[in-house]
Design a protein around this ligand. Structure first.
Ligand code: RAM
Length: 331
């Protein structure tokens, strides 16, 4: 073989063997969401991709079931274990049901965290809350009180429109709302219903709330899917100004309903930052850059873990007519 041919071959061979070897060195992080097609999780994926671009050696696999069920997530996670991803970061549809499959993932060496909506401690190493749960609960009640003020009444009825009844974050926030309620004696909680973070079911539940509680003043939906559906229902039923909608939502999805008056104000933390932070935590666990108390989160600082391995990212912001348009182009 001529020297030239040999070196040409060597170049080709090294391309063949080195290219996949480089890709295999990538840290593969699966971002498992409650369901595909939810704007909040798509924004989180944007942040996850940003983290991957910043780190350089990360591939983010954005995935989830088509509806918000634990069974759907178990199927997705089973397939991720077969694909031998390095880390799984899940927003759970159920606190307990995912534990066995996530334990199996961990036995196979996969680093597991939950974010947004947690799994029980045995199922994961770390859980990242968007904010303090107590703060989120209290803020939702205080937004309902703002709605009464906006309506110009001194007391009134509120109902909660949640996501699925097994969703960890929703249930904790409902608990925290109930704990905060006695401090807001002007508010009477008359019902709590579940739209499963599906647009159509949330819409139907909101219409039913309006029908079942003719004197209802405020619907509080601590879910981006629920708040949007409830605002739509209030406006379709011609109840704007009589029934206010508030809770947790995305400026990009709600700006029109703030303009129409169906929503006076609402809150959310930055979902892009949340996806970014979850990805950074997963990466640093894979790389061993953490201890029992701290995990770095890139530009978001350090996750300070409590005894149960949970951390909180940052405080939510309140949006109203004065700032919603400015943020609507971001998330
Ligand atoms: C929905 C989901 C998510 C929650 C947000 C506020 O997108 O229920 O888990 O954090 O709302």
């Amino acid at each position: 073989m001529s020297k030239k041919l040999f070196s040409a071959l060597a170049v080709v061979m090294s391309m063949v063997f080195l290219a996949p070897a480089y890709a295999e060195d990538n840290v593969r992080i699966a971002l498992v969401v409650k369901a595909l097609g939810i704007g909040f999780f798509e924004a989180a994926n944007e942040g996850a991709q940003e983290a991957a671009a910043e780190l350089g050696d990360v591939e983010v696999i954005y995935t989830g079931p088509t509806s918000t069920t634990a069974e759907g997530q178990i199927e997705v996670i089973t397939s991720l274990i077969a694909q031998r991803v390095d880390a799984i970061a899940v927003s759970a549809n159920d606190t307990q049901a995912l534990v066995p499959i996530l334990k199996r993932a961990q036995q196979r060496g996969i680093k597991v965290i939950s974010w947004d909506s947690g799994v029980a401690e045995e199922g994961r190493l770390v859980h990242l809350n968007p904010s303090s749960n107590e703060l989120i609960g209290r803020m939702n009640v205080s937004l309902a009180a703002d709605a009464l003020e906006q309506k110009g009444v001194s007391s009134g009825q509120m109902a909660i429109l949640s996501a699925t009844p097994t969703s960890t974050n929703q249930n904790i926030w409902i608990d925290e709302m109930e704990k905060a309620l006695p401090e807001f004696s002007q508010l009477e909680l008359v019902d709590t219903v579940y739209g499963d973070d599906m647009a159509d079911k949330s819409y139907r539940e909101a219409v039913a709330l309006l029908r079942n509680h003719p004197d209802l003043d405020v619907i509080v939906a601590p879910t981006t899917v629920g708040i949007l559906a409830a605002a739509q229902a209030v406006s379709d039923q011609g109840r704007v100004g009589e029934v206010y909608v508030t809770g947790l939502g995305l400026p990009s999805e709600l700006a029109g309903h703030v303009a129409s008056g169906a929503i006076h104000n609402f809150a959310i933390w930055n979902p892009i930052d949340l996806g970014y932070s979850a990805t950074m935590i997963a990466y640093n666990l894979v790389k061993g850059n953490s201890n029992d108390q701290q995990v770095p989160m890139g530009r978001m600082g350090v996750a300070e873990l409590d005894a149960g391995g949970s951390a909180a990212m940052s405080d939510p912001f309140i949006y109203d007519a004065s700032n919603v348009d400015e943020f609507a182009s971001i998330f």
